[in-house]
Design a protein around this ligand. Structure first.
Ligand code: 4AD
Ligand code: MG
Length: 463
């Protein structure tokens, strides 16, 4: 008996006219008088493969039982298909049923389901065409991220998930405790006594690996972290998750311009990788979700990202004559409607906005000579808005200490971060790519909840 081959491998044709073994899940089954047709999918490609079962063959008796959703093994001959839309099919000689799906109550019937409905059955949605495509592309992007950095001599650093510092200073953290919330120990002032907690102090889930990864950049030069991050911001939008993955490279001896150059090269590399390796999946997603998808992706690869200062961006927005829901003036943070105007209408390409007001950015960003702005950069993508946030880091001890104080941070939580500026300090920069935002852009999916296996959002952490 031949060993199992993945369907994607069969589609290359190297095993034509040979006996093969496939295993997977039945997408559809259709019976005619003399033949049964099964579309079998094992997740390795979008189309799956057609199985033909002759009514007189030994395989047929077992086939009669098989319902949509069943897990089966098929042995048969791989032959060129006379049918339209597929190169190969399998003429079954044997079929083994691992586990049937019980007919009508199987939630994934043939008809198209809405994405909202599929979120409610997130444990089964990987079996649909759409989610097969999305998660193959997601995997491809993750692989290309490592490939990009490894080819350039960056080291992958695993930063901790549990932290005591608030890297973004935004106070949007989830507390982690092993104390009994119904019987919290109190100190003499009536506050919760964290010295009795597991770590002996308050601990949170990380909002970013940046501060930790900076310690490695200041020793090993070029590094990156790529892991889950958590934000307790109450944003119920199509672009926010409470748990998402972030890719954070950090480079010693890079200034803001070096940082922006790397970010542009990185994003183009990832998109070019997907266009080359995921054309079948992207074509499917374009057909059903975004008619402009391939054009948009190709445009990004060929474009030159435009760079403007925050001050210039605000003046473009003020002169635009648009009536924004959130009015703009110097000093306010850019909202996604502003970001989209800059990308979609004004520049018609990705935009890098640099030098934001110090008041609206995190304490670690390097203060510019004007003392009003910091060396920050946000990369904005058409339709999506911010996909990357980054900066040159404040490497001057005194300036950083002052900014920490202004931010109201506890200096004892950041002593080691300050030490980097005390011993062998050097200019360095980095950025964070929101992984799901980027997967959303590449797949053309409208909602970020459809590009992560199990989305966590306010009031929902099912599965
Ligand atoms: O701009 P942010 O907050 O930057 C940082 O965390 C820096 N420490 C990164 C660095 O310099 N190393 O977040 C980075 C990116 C955003 O541009 C956005 O794409 C994404 O993370 N992001 C989110 N994605 C999904 N859901 C959320 N709630 C997100 N918040 C930020
Ligand atoms: Mg940001």
């Amino acid at each position: 008996m031949p060993s199992r081959t993945k369907i994607a491998v069969l589609q290359t044709g190297t095993l034509q006219d040979q006996e093969v073994c496939v295993r997977g899940w039945v997408r559809t089954k259709r019976d005619s008088k003399n033949l049964s047709f099964i579309n079998l999918n094992d997740g390795s490609d979008q189309s799956g493969i057609q199985i033909i079962v002759d009514a007189n063959s030994e395989a047929h008796a077992a086939t009669v039982e098989v319902h949509t959703g069943a897990a089966v093994e098929v042995i048969g001959i791989l032959v060129a298909s006379p049918g339209k839309g597929q190169k190969f099919e399998i003429q079954a000689t044997g079929l083994r049923l691992y586990g049937n799906a019980s007919g009508e109550d199987y939630p994934l019937q043939k008809k198209g389901h809405t994405l909202e409905f599929l979120r409610e059955i997130a444990h089964l949605r990987p079996r649909t065409n759409t989610f097969g495509c999305v998660f193959r592309v997601r995997n491809g992007i993750a692989y290309a991220i490592h490939k990009f950095f490894q080819e350039r001599g960056f080291l992958y650093v695993h930063t901790p998930i549990l932290t005591v510092s608030d890297a973004e200073g935004a106070g949007e953290m989830f507390r982690v405790t092993s104390m009994d919330l119904d019987q919290l120990p109190k100190d003499s002032e009536g506050h919760t006594d964290f010295s009795k907690d597991f770590f002996g102090r308050p601990v949170n889930l990380t909002v970013s690996g940046q501060l930790n990864v900076e310690t490695f950049a200041c020793a090993l030069s070029d590094v990156y972290t790529f892991g889950p991050t958590f934000r307790a911001e109450n944003s119920n939008t199509s672009r926010h998750l409470a748990e998402f993955w972030m890719v954070e490279p950090e480079m010693a001896f890079y200034d803001l311009q070096d940082n922006a150059t790397l970010a542009e090269e990185f994003l183009k590399y990832l998109i070019a990788y997907c266009l080359e390796h995921h054309s079948e999946d992207l074509a499917f997603l374009q057909r059903f979700y975004n008619k402009e998808l391939l054009k948009t992706l190709e445009h990004i690869v060929q474009s030159n990202f435009q760079q403007v200062t925050y001050t210039e961006a605000v003046s473009i927005l003020e002169k635009s004559g648009q009536s924004f829901e959130f009015p703009v003036k110097w000093g306010v943070d850019l909202q996604s409607e502003h970001e989209r105007f800059l990308c979609d209408q004004h520049f018609k390409s990705p935009v890098v906005v640099v030098d934001y007001p110090r008041e609206i950015k995190a304490f670690y960003m390097r203060l510019n000579d004007d003392e009003k702005t910091v060396a920050a950069m946000d990369v904005l993508f058409p339709k999506l808005g911010e996909v990357i946030g980054g900066s040159q880091r404040e490497e001057r001890y005194d300036v950083l200490e002052q900014r920490l104080q202004k931010a109201g941070a506890e200096e004892q939580d950041y002593w080691w971060y300050l030490d980097l500026r005390r011993y062998g300090t050097a200019p360095h920069s980095g950025f964070g790519l929101g992984f799901e935002r980027f997967v959303q852009f590449v797949t053309g999916m409208g909602n970020i909840r459809d590009v992560i296996p199990f989305p966590r959002v306010p009031h929902n952490a099912s599965f």
